[in-house]
Design a protein around this ligand. Structure first.
Ligand code: AHM
Ligand code: MG
Length: 329
């Protein structure tokens, strides 16, 4: 049996000079997500369902569990000396922690509870996170500069799905590894080593109700999938929690799309803490992640809560998407 802590200790040997700090940092995430899953699992029994009353920076109504999850992550990660900056979907500005400490050299960016619309109805939700190193020459007290880096600079990223079981999936740039929380012992145990995305799948995943508002090429691409040109009779699956929709895509292959819509002309998903972690995992697992044109991880962010369209999935579907889009230019 290999726990996530043992696995991370092994991984951190790849980071020269990291001497335990990387595993301690990640243990802040594993502890917080265990606290979150405990709340999610008992949600109907305690007073954690429903709206919190505030509106977050995205203009969305915060759910009580959004707030509880954010507090758990901020609490656990603030105790890690190696972290200098925390940025969350639920906070407008990034937070400086351990100001002035030379030991503080990492930033963690996260969506504490992704899939808010599914919280009250017992459908899978998740947490996403991305870890970045403070760039050289950036002032300690300029937290925006710590986190406004392209996804290719992530040193690790991952997510936890609170589904029929609780699963943590992460990559530190050397493959993708999945751990299932064993509730009997309270530890994440390695269950999916070196995950690879199938070359092709049989599902596409998109909120088709918005189709009339997508740029025309997205609808045409969905028609291509449905036409059978890729040799598969596609079926559709859409949960409405990106983490859960991506987790299925990682395991079973296929493609997940969140295109620009009438309401969200830049797409809905957030680049730094939703699209980038998923893009790193997809690429590490042999898949491809685009913003509809470019590689997601090449985008230079200009603001912390910036949105992006996202098309991510298996090599066959994504290569076809790329060819199809180019043929339209
Ligand atoms: P959230 O962070 O407020 O939960 O929003 C992000 C979620 C994603 O998990 C999911 O892919 C998307 O919103 C679903 O949006 P829609 O209901 O418009 O299809
Ligand atoms: Mg959220």
């Amino acid at each position: 049996m290999i726990t996530v802590q043992q696995h991370i200790m092994r991984e951190q040997k790849r980071f020269p000079g990291a001497s335990g700090e990387f595993s301690f940092l990640l243990s802040g995430i594993t502890l917080a997500t265990k606290m979150i899953q405990a709340q999610v699992r008992r949600a109907g029994l305690t007073d954690v369902l429903g709206e919190h009353g505030d509106i977050n920076v995205q203009g969305e109504i915060q759910q009580k569990l959004d707030v509880i999850s954010n507090e758990a992550l901020v609490h656990c990660l603030s105790a890690r000396e190696s972290i200098g900056v925390l940025a969350s979907e639920e906070n407008e500005e990034p937070m400086l922690v351990h100001k002035g400490s030379d030991e503080a050299k990492y930033a963690v960016v996260f969506d504490p509870l992704d899939g808010s619309s599914n919280i009250d109805v017992n459908v899978s939700v998740g947490t996403t996170f991305s870890i970045l190193r403070k760039p050289d020459g950036v002032a300690m007290d300029n937290p925006e500069k710590w986190v406004l880096q392209p996804g290719s600079k992530q040193i690790a990223a991952g997510y936890v799905v609170y589904g029929s079981s609780t699963i943590l999936v992460y990559s530190a740039g050397h493959g993708v590894h999945g751990f299932t929380l064993d509730p009997a012992i309270g530890a994440y145990v390695l269950s999916h080593e070196n995950m690879t995305m199938p070359e092709q799948g049989k599902y596409y995943s998109v909120n088709e109700a918005y189709r009339d508002g997508f740029p025309a090429r997205y609808g045409e691409y969905i028609d291509r999938l449905r036409s059978g040109v890729l040799g598969v009779n596609y079926s559709s699956r859409y949960i409405g929690s990106m983490v859960a929709d991506f987790h299925r895509t990682l395991l079973k292959g296929g493609v997940f799309l969140y295109p620009p819509t009438n309401e969200n002309s830049e797409g809905k998903l957030r680049l730094l803490y939703e699209a980038n972690p998923v893009a790193l995992l997809a690429e590490q697992a042999g898949g491809i992640a685009l913003d509809g044109e470019r590689r997601v991880m090449d985008i230079e962010p200009t603001s912390i809560h910036q949105r992006t369209p996202l098309v991510v999935g298996s090599r066959v579907e994504m290569s076809d998407f790329e060819r199809f889009i180019q043929s339209k230019e």
